[in-house]
Design a protein around this ligand. Structure first.
Ligand SMILES: [Zn+2]
Length: 114
């Protein structure tokens, strides 16, 4: 298929995969930190409060990384299906400049702004 040899799509796919690997690493690091944080209970109450706060931050980081990973997976499958540059809402062409700004965009700028 033509889209596999399209250098623009190949670049977009490589970029998405690199970002995906980065996010996966971040998620596993956060999970390790969370595990470690849960092992010894802090003796001081103030320490415990800090630990809980850190957990919440780590969980927020994990959640946002997982959300982005999901969008990246979707974008990669759209590349493989030959629909990467087709807006999922209106079917308009999504210009490469939009994917430069938002690599996992699935909608044209007009639909995304709605
Ligand atoms: Zn659209």
């Amino acid at each position: 298929m033509a889209f596999n040899s399209d250098p623009e799509l190949r670049t977009a796919r490589n970029r998405l995969e690199a970002r995906s690997a980065e996010l996966r690493e971040r998620v596993s690091r956060v999970r390790l930190d969370l595990q470690r944080a849960h092992q010894p209970l802090p003796k001081e109450l103030s320490e415990a409060a800090v630990a809980v706060e850190n957990d919440e931050i780590l969980e927020a980081i994990e959640e946002s990384a997982l959300g982005e990973l999901e969008r990246i997976e979707k974008a990669i499958s759209r590349i493989d299906a030959g629909r990467f540059a087709v807006c999922e809402v209106c079917g308009a062409h999504i210009p490469a400049a939009r994917h430069d700004a938002v690599p996992y965009a699935t909608q044209c700028e007009r639909c995304a702004a709605r």
